[in-house]
Design a protein around this ligand. Structure first.
Ligand code: ZN
Length: 251
């Protein structure tokens, strides 16, 4: 069974959320999902959904695009919940010009994760080198790290592998323009990659015009099986085992 290591049920319209939660609950191919918070509100909602749905786990944090006036003390307190498996998504995003603020939030949230013995989920939009710089100069995740929707770069990949950090592949790898991602996927060791849908965003190629749902994880697994020349079932098992290895509370 597959684990969708990164999705946002809270980004789906409220009136449709129940429907998509049930689709996951009733899908025999999906073992677990990590519902990722983007700010305090969606982090709290993610925790609340995980309480009534056994397959749902949550990751909580302040996304770089939402860093203004968010209280990190609350993130710290909320992380005590057993179904919170990571701090994230946190990171840097070059589309907004408040990188100095974003850096402060990133540093503080990595410190929270380290203190609580939790891994981090990194969002990096054209900022891999800057994030790595923060790891080296300020604070490095001590309990594991994944670059979600990894923006392919061989030098950055080398750094992540050397540190035992993970990369995660989403729908983008199924696109015709994914040449560099395919190269990264062929080079990443089997013990260091995850799969995710980032639902409801970035739908895989075959369903590009539809709202992205967790069931579409199958297109990503299929593509990775093709690239790595192993079976679908092997990719599914490898990525589920890797997710449990990184997210210790995902049990
Ligand atoms: Zn996301």
């Amino acid at each position: 069974m597959a684990i969708d290591s990164h999705m946002h049920i809270n980004s789906i319209a409220l009136t449709d959320q129940e429907k998509y939660i049930n689709l996951i609950n009733n899908n025999k191919n999906i073992e677990k999902v990590i519902n990722v918070g983007l700010d305090l509100k969606s982090s709290k909602e993610a925790i609340s959904i995980s309480k009534s749905n056994p397959k749902f786990f949550s990751s909580i944090g302040i996304h770089p695009l939402y860093v203004a006036s968010q209280d990190l003390k609350d993130i710290y307190d909320l992380a005590n919940n057993k179904k919170v498996v990571a701090i994230g998504e946190i990171g840097l995003d070059s589309t907004k010009n408040n990188l100095e603020d974003q850096k402060k939030y990133l540093i503080k949230q990595i410190m929270i994760a380290n203190e609580l013995h939790l891994p981090v989920i990194i969002h990096s939009n054209n900022t891999n080198k800057l994030v790595i710089d923060i790891f080296e100069k300020y604070v490095k995740p001590k309990y594991g790290c994944v670059f979600h929707c990894f923006q392919p770069d061989l030098e950055d990949l080398k750094y992540l592998i050397n540190n035992n950090f993970y990369v995660s592949f989403a729908g983008r790898i199924t696109y015709k323009t994914a040449k560099k991602s395919i190269e990264v996927a062929s080079l990443v060791p089997n013990n260091l990659f995850l799969v995710e849908t980032d639902s409801p965003y970035i739908s895989p190629e075959p369903v590009k015009d539809q709202i992205n749902e967790t069931a579409n994880i199958s297109y990503i697994i299929k593509k990775l099986a093709e690239i790595k020349q192993i079976s679908y079932d092997e990719v599914e098992k490898i990525t589920s085992d890797n997710a449990k290895q990184l997210f210790k509370r995902l049990k």
